[in-house]
Design a protein around this ligand. Structure first.
Ligand code: S3P
Length: 196
């Protein structure tokens, strides 16, 4: 939980921002940061993988293993289209969502997109502590696999409006950093309005 001083009051969030979408590689901390950020802003938090699991009655790793990655990507893109339109919501999408054709194009006006950066080494270290399986990293050489996947996705992640490095930072610090960026944008927008 962020402290009282770090919490945002509604007036400090720029009114042009209706949602925050967190993107980045597996292990970047999207879900944890998303929950902390949303609670500090008094917004909803949605994790696209959780929504998919609820809708399909099956956890994401199971969908990938039983139905295949192509079926999962189709469900993810279909459900993502609705989820990324929600208002007053922080949305964490799965690491592969941004590289599917057309998905990043959905993040238009009213959306602050944030790329949570993580190295493959740190991602694997964090994921080793996670209870959720990542079938795409099941490999005799998970590091090589993670490096390859990240290299293929970086151009898509780069399309986010902001990039925040998570290396050596706790989810608490990362959420506080995003909040600070939102606040300074809100302050600039208010100052510009006052000058009109
Ligand atoms: C995936 C990331 C996972 C999940 C699925 C595929 C990916 O979500 O959607 O295992 O392709 O990067 P997280 O990024 O939340 O781990």
């Amino acid at each position: 939980m962020l402290g009282a001083a770090e919490r945002a009051t509604a007036s400090q969030i720029p009114s042009a921002v209706s949602r925050v979408v967190l993107i980045g590689f597996m292990g970047a901390g999207k879900s944890t940061v998303g929950r902390r950020l949303a609670s500090a802003m008094g917004w909803e938090c949605v994790d696209l993988d959780d929504e998919i699991a609820d809708q399909e009655g099956m956890e994401v790793p199971e969908i990938i293993c039983r139905r295949g990655i192509a079926v999962f990507r189709a469900v993810e893109s279909r459900m993502g289209r609705e989820v990324v339109r929600r208002r007053r919501t922080v949305i964490a999408v799965g690491g592969g969502w941004p590289s599917e054709p057309g998905n990043m194009d959905l993040l238009g006006k009213g959306t602050l997109s944030v790329w949570l950066q993580v190295s493959p080494e740190t991602a694997l270290r964090r994921l080793a502590r996670s209870a959720t399986l990542r079938p795409l990293l099941e490999s005799p050489d998970p590091l090589a696999r993670a490096e390859l996947l990240l290299a293929a996705r970086t151009a898509h992640y780069r399309r986010a409006e902001l990039a925040v490095d998570t290396e050596g930072h706790s989810p608490h610090d990362v959420a506080a950093r995003i909040l600070e960026l939102l606040r300074s944008r809100g302050a600039r927008a208010q100052a510009a309005k006052a000058r009109e």
